[in-house]
Ligand binder design. Structure first.
Ligand code: SAM
Length: 185
């Protein structure tokens, strides 16, 4: 994502029913170039499990649990950041992606169920990844891919304990910790 600072704010996570999808929100955000996830609910377990996966697969992705979403948006904007709320009711991403690409500090907001109506006014842009209902995970992936200056599918994650050797059949995974202990000339 070179030079951009991107965080994802997850609204409306319900610990009793959204664990799996919020985990996917976190992992997808990380995999496609965001630096961290702000979780506007209290679910320390989810935060820990996303960070545990992130640690194993490299990079510095973080999860901030139980944030006050209004305060996070305000402080982001006060510090020169832009806020893009993903919603099927917004303007089509295809029509605004070149504008968003010029923003170096970006917060992407996604909901779970209905989001607080205020979000639509607080956001600099309400953006639809197509004007059909689908998923926060899909909308994050497509948005991060569209606004990236690099190939999001070939990102480097520094300090990974595990890394994959792409292969057309089967699975090849390198355990870098063990490799590090091996005597290699
Ligand atoms: N019924 C909810 C509403 O009216 O806002 C939508 C819930 S949807 C399962 C959860 C989240 O996915 C939304 O808050 C939004 O962030 C994202 N989402 C779903 N479809 C989208 C689309 N076409 N474009 C952008 N974001 C979308």
């Amino acid at each position: 994502m070179t030079g951009k600072q991107i965080v994802v704010l997850r609204l409306g996570h319900r610990p009793e029913r959204d664990k799996r999808i919020t985990t996917h929100v976190g992992l997808t955000s990380r995999a496609f170039g965001a630096e961290g996830l702000l979780l506007a609910s209290d679910d320390e377990g989810i935060a820990d499990s996303i960070e545990a996966v992130a640690k194993r697969w490299g990079g510095d992705f973080y999860v901030k649990n139980n944030v006050n979403w209004k305060r996070e948006i305000k402080s982001w904007k006060d510090n020169g950041g832009k806020v893009c709320h993903l919603s099927m009711y917004g303007v089509n991403l295809s029509d605004v992606e070149s504008d968003i690409k010029t923003w170096d500090k970006l917060m992407i907001v996604v909901g779970a169920e209905k989001v607080p109506p205020e979000i639509y006014n607080l956001a600099d842009l309400n953006v639809a990844v197509g004007n059909q209902p689908h998923s926060e995970v899909a909308s994050i992936a497509v948005t991060l891919d569209r606004i990236s200056d690099i190939d999001t599918l070939k990102q480097e994650f520094k300090g990974a304990e595990l890394s994959i050797v792409p292969t057309s059949k089967g699975k090849k995974v390198i355990d870098n910790k063990k490799l590090g202990n091996m005597d290699i000339d």
